[in-house]
Design a protein around this ligand. Structure first.
Ligand code: ADP
Ligand code: MG
Length: 245
């Protein structure tokens, strides 16, 4: 599904290299959780995958296709296959819940229909089904800004699913939420991705949540992968090492 080869990223000059020759292969259906302290490069890594950030060196293959040089329509086509859930939700807060969910469909719609917001009956039905699945049907017509953080993130989940992606990326989707809301959000991400056979890469800061949900954990420390394995193999010593200053 995804092959990351010798990925290097620096934002300014080589002295400030953020990712150092990262190698990572993700197979279809995996639920990979990337853990690591703040500044270890988790956000940069997933933003390189959907090219919100351009890699400095190395290559990322998505279903065998190199992505680093994609431009224009080909880059947009890549991005429609990769759903993204953001740390700060990235909703249109003045729009209602339904409109936010439907936005996930725009990338597949052709210029005129998307410019005019001409969604099909099928689009509306799928959006409604997703809102039912995450328990937000009664908020369908409420403005996004009126929701709690957990509810906003569940709208973010629906929007990503409306895209029908092959790969789901999530960047610390629960970092602003209380533990109960965090659990609901992770349960819903896991349930929806499993039901659809989606491949997922989720950045999380919290090791306990990572262990509870991941099929595979990747530990990032100072821009390098220092652990890659099943949750049962992540020892306390390794966790301490990943998070050591
Ligand atoms: P994490 O998500 O694990 O907290 P990030 O990927 O956000 O880590 O950041 C890794 C490093 O890259 C940090 O040192 C951060 O300051 C730096 N960095 C991230 N984004 C930028 C940017 N746009 N410009 C310059 N430096 C950046
Ligand atoms: Mg981050």
């Amino acid at each position: 599904m995804l092959e990351i080869c010798a990925l290097v990223k620096n934002f300014t000059h080589p002295d400030t290299e953020v990712l150092h020759k990262i190698n990572l292969t993700v197979r279809a259906g995996e639920f990979v959780v990337v853990i690591g302290p703040s500044g270890s490069g988790k956000t940069t890594l997933i933003r390189c995958i959907n090219r919100l950030t351009d890699p400095t060196a190395g290559e990322i293959f998505f279903e065998g296709q190199p992505t680093s040089q994609l431009r224009g329509a080909k880059l947009r086509a890549l991005r429609t296959q990769i759903g993204m859930i953001f740390q700060d939700y990235n909703l249109i807060y003045r729009s209602n819940v339904m409109q936010n969910v439907l936005h996930g469909r725009l990338g597949q719609m052709g210029f005129f229909r998307s410019a005019l917001g001409l969604y099909s009956r099928q689009d509306l039905r799928e959006a409604r089904e997703l809102l039912v699945a995450v328990g937000l049907e009664e908020f369908t017509h409420n403005k996004a800004q009126s929701l709690s953080g957990g509810q906003m993130q569940r709208v973010g989940i629906c929007r990503a699913m409306m895209q029908n992606p092959k790969l789901l990326l999530a960047d610390e989707p629960i970092s602003s939420l209380d533990p109960a809301s965090a659990k609901v959000v992770l349960d819903q991400i896991k349930a929806l991705t499993q039901a659809r056979g989606l491949t997922s890469i989720i950045n999380l800061h919290q090791v306990d949540f990572a262990k509870a949900y991941a099929s595979r954990i990747v530990g990032l420390r100072l821009g390098e992968i220092v652990f890659d394995g099943v949750p049962e193999d992540l020892t306390q010593e390794m966790t301490d090492y990943i998070y050591a200053r």
